[in-house]
Design a binder for this molecule. Structure first.
Ligand SMILES: *Cc1c(COP(=O)(O)O)cnc(C)c1O
Length: 330
């Protein structure tokens, strides 16, 4: 514990919409994501204001370039809602770091200058708080860069403020290059009829819809909750992409499950729902070393080198594998 709750959290933004958190019960799976609670007091030594090391990989303001083939572009720092477990909770908030016109130009120049950048991911804050006109401008500028083949948007707006997905904003997302849109959603209860309509508008605009979910204690850390959420998403044409282990942001310990439990949940899902409903369970290594698979591996080698695979009932089966003389992976 390194600080008192008052000094750390009084400066953080609190925003929640009546339509998404109609309950003030701190145990409600939706309200729990937004409302400050006394549990936020303890800040543990392993928690960090920049838990996944964005800063370490930011060559120019607004860009995070951690993997050679893709960059994050953070234009706005504001969100429609502020999640208490946000890994960028210390960086987001209206006016905290949004890019001015010259800074956007510099960020675009950076993308233009590196032909290895195949994909640009708009994140934030939340890029979907931009007006339709600004969204169109920025997507057009990015699309014009020949080596950029794929556009991606990470957003909570379709869930947190579905009324913002107007037909104008949806039209701004009609691009020539493929646009993948990943929505942040954590519980079935967040998917209201208004959210469903917003997803239809985004799908009609040609977006490939994906989802990202944060594994949160007291919100979605049961197989039933995850199964219900992922089945609903797939039925709405959204492919679950990532299930994130909750990052080590300050004051978020009450949201974090153990890795053992995260793995047990991932394995249980594997055993009972369609492959379409299986996101990758990942952890982001503190310090900026990237995301890695955190799901349990069902195949293993014994000390003699023989492989075995464990099925969904926990029964082990030998898997014959002759190996190769020389292993060369290009
Ligand atoms: C998560 C992340 C990405 C995207 O990673 P994918 O595995 O392609 O979804 C890219 N850059 C940074 C810095 C990230 O944190």
């Amino acid at each position: 514990m390194t600080d008192s709750p008052e000094s750390l959290f009084s400066s953080l933004p609190v925003a929640v919409r009546e339509s998404i958190a109609s309950s003030d019960d701190p145990h409600d799976p939706v309200a729990r994501q937004y409302l400050p609670v006394p549990d936020e007091g303890p800040v543990y030594p392993e928690e960090h204001p920049d838990p996944i090391g964005d800063e370490a990989h930011s060559p120019v303001k607004g860009i995070v370039h951690r993997y050679p083939d893709r960059v994050l572009l953070k234009i706005v720092s504001a969100c429609a809602v502020y999640c208490r477990f946000c890994f960028r909770k210390e960086m987001v908030g209206a006016g905290k770091g949004h890019l001015g016109a010259a800074e956007i130009d510099a960020a675009l120049s950076y993308i233009r200058s590196d032909p290895n950048i195949w994909e640009v991911i708009l994140t934030g804050g939340d890029p979907m708080v931009l007006s339709a006109r600004r969204m169109k401008d920025i997507l057009t500028s990015i699309e014009k860069i020949p080596h950029v083949r794929i556009l991606r948007i990470h957003t909570r707006v379709p869930v947190a403020a579905p009324d913002r997905i107007t037909s104008d904003l949806a039209a701004a997302l009609i691009t020539e290059k493929p646009l993948y849109l990943s929505i942040h959603v954590n519980h079935l209860q967040e998917i209201t009829p208004a959210v469903e309509s917003a997803l239809v508008r985004l799908h009609d605009a040609g977006c490939v819809l994906l989802s990202q979910t944060v594994l949160l204690r007291g919100v979605n850390d049961t197989v039933d909750a995850l199964e219900a959420l992922f089945r609903k998403l797939v039925a709405l044409r959204v492919r679950p992409y990532y299930l994130h282990h909750c990052d080590l942001a300050p004051g978020t310990a009450h949201f974090r499950t153990s890795i053992v439990r995260g793995q047990a949940l991932a394995a249980a899902l594997r055993g009972r729902v369609s492959g379409l409903c299986q996101p990758h369970y990942v952890i982001d290594i503190p310090g900026g070393f990237g995301k890695v698979n955190a799901a349990p591996c069902a195949i293993h080698q014994d000390s003699g080198g023989a492989w075995a695979a464990t099925d969904r009932f926990g029964v082990e089966h030998p898997y014959p594998d002759r190996g190769e003389e020389k292993i060369r992976i290009v």
